[in-house]
Design a binder for this molecule. Structure first.
Ligand SMILES: Nc1ncnc2c1ncn2[C@@H]1O[C@H](COP(=O)(O)OP(=O)(O)OP(=O)(O)O)[C@@H](O)[C@H]1O
Length: 627
């Protein structure tokens, strides 16, 4: 469908084209996706280079960074780069000299299965010959007894013979080796994700045998189970949140890394498996350890230094620059995710543009695109599911917008609830004018905006020596500092001596998680309004930090704050001029509020205050500012 038939104006079409980095396509079905996983990784060029080098040199890698930026994807990609020809199968054999120390053999990949099959055939042949002999013997005994008229005794004798043969004679199948690690069907080197694995799953285990004698027991070698370190032999072992492994496990991991082989023994001390210990089992893997910065703290120093000394440590990017090239990569990302999912339809260009807009919004940084691509991929899938549910053959803009409503973060959902509750109590007003009351804006968590009303009252000082600034509501330290700065400005700009006054500032209904000094222009406005007795327009919301010179400085989360103001029904929003480029409203919010960029406090007051006295005050402020 072209722009005209979708009723899209030329202006919108141009901005979509810009968002798509100039790419021209109808749906993502036309976008080429590279074959290899490593070429699909977006925005982590440094990590990709290191992984490629590490794969050639078989080095260990440590990836540190935020969740969902592609750490496990890189580890998987590394497994694809390792040579498949070197893969081996690992077999465990019974040891006639010491049954508790099974033997270990390696053979080229694919051979293991053949060997086990051959042993089984051999055992079957022997068993068949023995059973035939046994059958003949029973037949003769019973036959002979029948001739002698002693059939009952004959049957008893035959049964006993059968039991003896069953339990006493050696069983050929007990000598069949077990295939511990089977690489026959592999198309690439193994990738083992051992995140959160307990010791048994990581280092292998020997199962407990409830029947330990009398010919009923399962031979030790059959009870041996390989661990992730063994299955990762000649491939990649990936462990996320490496610091959550016990120190003992990290120590063992270090030994396995150094020795490149590690015997398997029963992990549970009181089980019969604990007596069994195999010969060392090969585990020549590349370790890709991952985690956030905390992971480094909780890591065994020797293990860390092993990786440092024999590999690469990489810090993952959280965002990438917003360039046409990188936007094109995100277009490819949508195509990749659609193909990977396999069940959702492809996206049309407007839907992809909205995803890229969201990537800008989520970056939380000017001129950047987010690289928390797992979350963005979640949005892609939700939009796909909605489209599919409707029976649509392509995912369109409306599906992405609907998905954005569903795929809200916990913080955003919390903000919704907060807003709902506050509507009940009407903690803020959206019309009229009031003295000393301002609709400030704040963010909770990283992703949700809220309206944060601020009230200021000025009273004669209680203390005889000097007035004080008293802040109530649960203010965090930074906000408290903002209050202090503001009082300095007030003294300077109002020209009034407030040293004999107490200024009370209340953050209405604040709760944990609100922080930052982004409320300082709101505080200043509320206090100035209270001192001068000039009312504040309640249909205005504002955010911005204030310097002691009266400049309005940029703050974080403007988009989310503006969205909160729109949802609260406010008409105008004052933001720092420097934040104008950070505003990334989606289609549902665009044009719903008047955005006023400002760079000085007098501009804030110009737009926020109403009534007499206003012009005089602002004139005075400007005069002071010029001095
Ligand atoms: N840099 C990237 N390039 C392309 N796709 C990505 C990237 N990062 C994440 N993805 C997508 O998100 C999915 C999840 O990412 P992945 O599991 O690799 O994240 P992670 O960093 O290992 O997160 P965690 O530490 O929480 O496990 C990937 O399978 C892929 O679809």
């Amino acid at each position: 469908m072209d722009a005209k038939s979708q009723g899209v104006s030329e202006g919108v079409e141009n901005s979509v084209k810009e968002l798509l980095g100039g790419l021209d396509f109808e749906t993502t079905a036309e976008i080429e996706v590279p074959e290899r996983l490593i070429d699909q990784v977006i925005g982590q060029d440094h990590a990709v280079e290191a992984i490629k080098k590490a794969a050639v040199q078989k080095r260990h890698v440590m990836l540190i960074g935020s969740p969902g930026t592609g750490k496990s994807m890189l580890a998987k990609a590394m497994a694809e780069l390792l040579p498949k020809e070197e893969l081996e199968d690992i077999l465990v054999y019974p040891n006639p000299e010491d049954p508790n120390q099974p033997k270990i053999r390696t053979v080229p990949a694919g051979k293991g299965k053949e060997i086990v099959e051959a042993y089984k055939q051999e055992a079957l042949k022997k068993a068949q010959a023995r059973n035939f002999f046994l059958f003949m013997l029973v037949f003769f005994i019973v036959g002979y007894a029948a001739i002698e008229g002693q059939i009952i005794w004959g049957i008893i004798a035959a049964a006993m013979l059968f039991l003896v043969a069953r339990y006493m004679l050696p069983k050929e199948e007990r000598n069949v080796p077990k295939l511990l690690v089977n690489n026959a069907e592999r198309k690439t080197a193994p990738f083992e994700d051992a995140t959160g694995a307990h010791a048994g799953a990581l280092f292998g285990d020997v199962r407990h045998d409830p029947f330990q004698s009398g010919g009923l027991e399962t031979p030790a070698h059959e009870r041996v189970e390989a661990g992730a370190i063994h299955r990762a032999h000649r491939g990649v072992l990936y462990i996320d949140e490496i610091n959550t492994l016990t120190i003992e496990s990290q120590q063992k991991l270090l030994t396995a890394l150094q020795e490149k082989k590690f015997p398997i023994t029963g992990q549970s001390e009181r089980s019969s498996g604990a007596m069994v210990r195999t010969e060392p089992v090969p585990c020549d893997f590349v370790l890709v350890a991952a985690g956030n910065l905390d992971a480094l703290m909780g890591m065994h120093p020797a293990l860390r230094s092993r990786i440092e000394g024999y590999g690469y440590e990489i810090y993952m990017n959280d965002s990438m620059e917003d360039t046409p090239e990188n936007r094109r990569k995100l277009v490819r990302f949508v195509a990749q995710e659609v193909r990977r999912d396999g069940k959702i339809p492809h996206f049309d260009r407007y839907a992809v543009a909205e995803i890229i807009k969201e990537a800008k919004r989520r970056a939380g940084r000017r001129y950047h695109l987010t690289l928390r691509l797992r979350e963005l991929g979640g949005l892609v899938r939700t939009a796909g599911d909605i489209a599919k549910g409707e029976g649509a053959s392509v995912v369109r803009l409306e599906h992405v917008l609907a998905a954005k409503k569903i795929a809200r973060t916990i913080e955003e959902q919390l903000a919704d609830k907060y807003l709902e509750r506050r509507k009940d109590y009407r903690l803020f007003t959206t019309e009229g004018a009031e003295v000393g009351k301002v609709n400030g804006l704040a963010v909770i968590g990283e992703s949700a905006g809220i309206v944060l009303p601020i009230i200021a009252e000025v009273t004669p000082a209680i203390s005889k020596e000097e007035g004080r600034v008293i802040a109530t509501g649960r203010l965090q330290e930074i906000a408290m500092e903002a209050v202090m700065n503001v009082s300095a400005i007030i003294k300077k700009f109002t020209g009034r001596d407030i040293s004999n006054k107490d200024v009370h500032i209340q953050f209405v209904g604040t709760y944990e998680g609100v922080e930052g000094d982004s409320a300082s222009i709101s505080i200043a406005t509320a206090v100035i309004s209270a001192i001068e007795g000039i009312p504040v327009d309640q249909s205005v919301a504002m955010t911005g930090s204030l310097s002691v010179k009266g400049e309005v400085l940029p703050v974080g989360g403007v988009t989310q704050k503006i969205e909160a103001a729109i949802q609260a029904g406010l008409k105008k929003v004052i933001i720092p001029k420097d934040n104008l480029d950070d505003v990334m409203l989606d289609a549902a919010h665009e044009g719903k509020i008047e955005i006023i960029p400002v760079s000085r406090i007098d501009e804030v007051l110009e737009h926020a205050l109403v009534g007499d006295g206003k012009e005089k005050l602002i004139g005075k402020l400007r005069q002071i500012a010029r001095v």
